[in-house]
Design a protein around this ligand. Structure first.
Ligand SMILES: CC(C)(COP(=O)(O)OP(=O)(O)OC[C@H]1O[C@@H](n2cnc3c(N)ncnc32)[C@H](O)[C@@H]1OP(=O)(O)O)[C@@H](O)C(=O)NCCC(=O)NCCS
Length: 172
C-alpha cells in the first residue's frame, strides 16, 4: 500500500514516468534535494549535513513525506504530521504542505500526492485530515476540492507567535 513508508506508485505522464513515493530514512539524500530544490528553490550548500538531519527526521513514523520524481528528479512533495489525540486512542493527520514545480503543474501530480496522503490517513484510521490555505490560492483550493475535501464553513483565523514574540520570561 502506498501509505506505508517506501512504497510507491508509478504512472506514465504525457512523456515520462513520474513516481510518487513515501520516503524512509534511506531516502534522506532525495529528501534533501527535494526540499532544497522545490521548497527553497536553491541548490544545497551541504547535502551531506542536510541528509543527516533528514535521516533523523524521516525516522519518526508520525512524520510523512511523499516525493514525486520525474526520471529521478524531485518535482513535487507533500508533507504531513500524524498527531495523537488527547481524548481518544486515535490520530489526526495535519497535511502541512504541498508543492509541485511550476514546470510540472496541471499534470495530476498534486492529485497523486494528496491521494497518497489520504492513503496514509486511511491506513492509520485517522479521525480526520486537514490542510490550511490562503483563500486567494485558487490552485490549492481547486486541488483540495478535486480530491474530496470540504471547505470549512467558518474558517478559523490563524495567530502566529514568531521567534521575536516568543522571547521573554520563562515564568508560567
Ligand atoms: C497547488 C498545487 C500543488 C497543485 O498541483 P498540480 O500538480 O498542478 O495539481 P493537479 O494537476 O493534480 O490538479 C488537480 C486539480 O486541481 C485543480 N487545479 C490545480 N491547479 C489549478 C489552478 N491553477 N487553477 C484552478 N484549478 C486548479 C484543478 O481542478 C485540477 O484538475 P484539472 O487539471 O483536471 O482541471 C500547485 O499549484 C502548487 O505547487 N502551487 C504552489 C504551492 C502551493 O500553493 N501549495 C499549496 C499551499 S496550501
Amino acid at each position: 500500500m502506498i501509505g506505508e513508508p517506501g512504497e510507491s506508485v508509478s504512472t506514465h505522464g504525457s512523456t515520462r514516468e513520474v513516481s510518487v513515493r513515501r520516503l524512509t530514512p534511506v531516502d534522506a539524500a532525495l529528501a534533501a534535494r527535494a526540499i532544497a530544490g522545490i521548497k527553497r528553490g536553491a541548490a544545497l550548500a551541504n547535502e551531506a549535513a542536510e541528509a543527516d538531519r533528514l535521516r533523523r527526521w524521516l525516522g519518526d513514523p508520525n512524520r510523512v513525506l511523499f516525493v514525486a520524481t520525474d526520471t529521478q528528479r524531485p518535482v513535487g512533495f507533500a508533507l504531513g504530521y500524524l498527531l495523537d489525540r488527547i481524548d481518544a486512542d486515535a490520530q489526526m493527520l495535519c497535511f502541512y504542505e504541498i508543492e509541485v514545480l511550476a514546470s510540472h503543474r496541471r499534470r495530476g501530480i498534486g492529485t497523486r500526492l494528496v491521494e497518497a496522503m489520504k492513503a496514509v490517513a486511511r491506513s492509520r484510521r485517522v479521525i480526520k485530515m486537514w490542510v490550511q490555505t490562503d483563500p486567494a490560492n485558487v490552485a490549492a483550493r481547486g486541488l483540495y476540492e478535486h480530491t474530496g475535501a470540504a471547505r470549512s464553513d467558518a474558517p478559523d483565523e490563524v495567530y502566529t507567535w514568531d521567534a521575536a514574540s516568543l522571547k521573554g520570561s520563562d515564568r508560567a
